[in-house]
Design a protein around this ligand. Structure first.
Ligand code: ARG
Length: 266
């Protein structure tokens, strides 16, 4: 009997993954098959499963470590799920597919170092914020770009659909933007002098600059932002549960502890 239940649950998991799979078709090459973070324990305990849509190309928030998706968001999601008696299954898709995946109900929530914006709030609800961030400018060490004002007339690389993409296209026009499926690809293009700058979140920027020679981050940030978790507008039940769990994890130091594991403050 127990075997049967497990088998049944496994089928459900597979279907969900397939559904998620066919749903992510934005053409970005980061849309590899959804990573299954499911443990057998989940199937056996029969606890509720929450599908988290992310884009695991964003260290230290979410990235691949061998066949695992790790990072601040992955660990906070795990801790949140534990609080509300659920299991998380991480689905790795293109960044600009995350909100559609949530609004269509294929994913229960989106967590991807995602900035709260007024525009996104029209499609999803955001939980309380769990991190502050900045959009920063990466340039080559010998660049003549020294502040955001110097971006005028330059070609700026961004990850498709991110706030960096939105700000630069709005302020400098579409022609000024070079879009990449992954932030790392934008940084590599900068290293090869194919573009003049990259606008991206500060923490991934630090990681990328440390991994590519001859680059630096400008002191003046492009914008200040807050990260939160996106939930479907009609799923206020999950929104409330996540907010209550977030509060617990903030109050008991779990969030700080997780962040401290990945971000070392000098
Ligand atoms: N914070 C930015 C935004 O919300 C970039 C997030 C990119 N996240 C990712 N996992 N690739 O648009």
């Amino acid at each position: 009997m127990k075997k049967k239940i497990i088998a049944l649950l496994m089928t459900t998991v597979t279907c969900l993954s397939l559904a998620a799979c066919s749903g992510s078709s934005s053409g970005a090459d980061s849309e590899s098959a959804p990573a299954e973070e499911t443990t057998d324990e989940a199937a056996e305990s029969g606890s509720a499963k929450l599908i988290m849509a992310t884009n695991a190309e964003f260290p230290p928030y979410e990235y691949h470590d061998n066949d695992q998706i790790v990072g601040i968001d992955a660990e906070i999601a795990e801790a949140l799920a534990k609080e509300i008696g659920a299991e998380v299954e991480i689905e790795d898709i293109a960044f600009d597919s995350i909100i559609p995946e949530v609004t269509s109900g294929k994913a229960d929530f989106g967590m991807a170092g995602m900035t709260v914006t007024e525009d996104r709030k029209k499609s999803v609800n955001f939980t309380d914020t769990y991190a502050s961030a900045k959009q920063v400018i990466i340039v080559t060490e010998d660049s003549d770009i020294a502040s955001p004002d110097d971006l005028e007339g330059k070609v700026v690389g961004v990850q498709t659909g991110t706030t960096g993409d939105i700000y630069i296209s709005d302020e400098l026009g579409d022609d000024a933007v070079e879009r990449y499926a992954k932030g790392m690809e934008a940084v590599q293009a900068l290293s090869q002098n194919k573009i003049d700058a990259v606008v991206i979140d500060n923490e991934p920027a630090k990681v990328y600059v440390s991994e590519n020679e001859g680059l630096k981050i400008l002191d003046t940030a492009y914008a200040e932002e807050e990260y939160a978790i996106a939930v479907a507008l009609d799923n206020t039940e999950l929104l409330d549960k996540l907010n209550a769990a977030l509060k617990t994890l903030k109050d008991n130091g779990t969030i700080d502890e997780i962040v401290g594991k990945y971000i070392k403050t000098e």
